[in-house]
Design a binder for this molecule. Sequence first.
Ligand SMILES: *[C@@H]1O[C@H](CO)[C@@H](O)[C@H](O)[C@H]1NC(C)=O
Ligand SMILES: *[C@@H]1O[C@H](CO)[C@@H](O)[C@H](O)[C@H]1NC(C)=O
Length: 352
Amino acid sequence: MPLLLALLCGLTFLVGAAPDLAGEEEWNKCNGPKKPLILDHDGNYDDILVLLALLKSQHVDLQAVLITPADCELDPAVEVTGRVLAMLNRTVPVVPGQFPERYNPFPKVWRELASEMQQVADIYLQESEIHRPSEAAHEWLESYLGNASEKTDFLLTGPATNLNWALRQRPHLASKVGRVFWMAGAVEVDGNVRDSDEPGKVQWSDGSAEWNAYWDPLATRELLELNLDLWLVPLDATNAVPVHKDFIQRLNPRHQVPRVAQQIWAQSKFQKSNAIYYMWDTLTAGLYLKPSLATWRSMHLEGHTEGRRQGRIARAHRGAARGTVRVASETDVPAFTEFLLSIFNEAKPGEL
Ligand SMILES: *[C@@H]1O[C@H](CO)[C@@H](O)[C@H](O)[C@H]1NC(C)=O
Ligand SMILES: *[C@@H]1O[C@H](CO)[C@@H](O)[C@H](O)[C@H]1NC(C)=O
């Protein structure tokens, strides 16, 4: 880094409490063109779209894809992830999480979407060899962070169990964790865990929780207490970005990546449950790449683990163990839409 730039960067950090908001250009310059990033996803349509977007972004050096078997069936999620990586000639480790069965399962009809997506992948994407380490995701993560010489960012589009577990085992590794962007929670709006999701099955929730946070309420609470550089993208923000047909139509089918994205999004519109499909995870990835697309509020938040409030992320009571978190509130939806389209539609020289 040239000396002048180094000095300017130092100054920006001294003056600006949040250098990566208005000063995100400076943030990018200070940290070099490519940032090491780990994606931890849970295998639904939206998660795979995030993977595609990250692989197309010039600013991301993807280190690994961890998969949490939450909103998916594990095997198809691993398979589709591997095929997407292979399509872009990337040999990135794909590391499934292994967990005891103590979690609040996602509705079956949602988890089955991973198999549906594999059917899409069977048609459009070639089979490939997957670089799959033998350790469980949290063990792999401990080893990776132990080896790392610089900070790695995290993008969590499913539950936070792997990262939380690794940092609980080895707290000193928190110094190797950069920014953590997490799609989770419903702070000042209703949650999306409802009794009626699965006929005949009553969720142990009062409706205030969001699914990623509800799957593992303890990990949610503990992650909020870790004092990480946490950027939360809750339903408060994602409610503004339902998937629209016009958006899907604007993806360029003449190029491979936007064509696959179009095929996946088109499927997501027709999911079996009658819920609207939102860009929950793609918004989170977009805000990771360009935080200024939303306004952020600093809040003290806590995660509830008891009774029907479990999994709820809410403003912390005085005296509660709590962390300060940046929370996305207002998104500039037209700017986000154009940004996302530009990532997908921009063809690199020589690209198919
Ligand atoms: C991947 O590699 C194949 C074979 O070497 C090549 O034809 C293709 O263009 C590459 N694709 C990308 C996206 O780089
Ligand atoms: C960390 O380094 C050790 C020793 O070189 C190596 O065996 C291990 O695979 C590395 N871990 C990861 C996740 O790369």
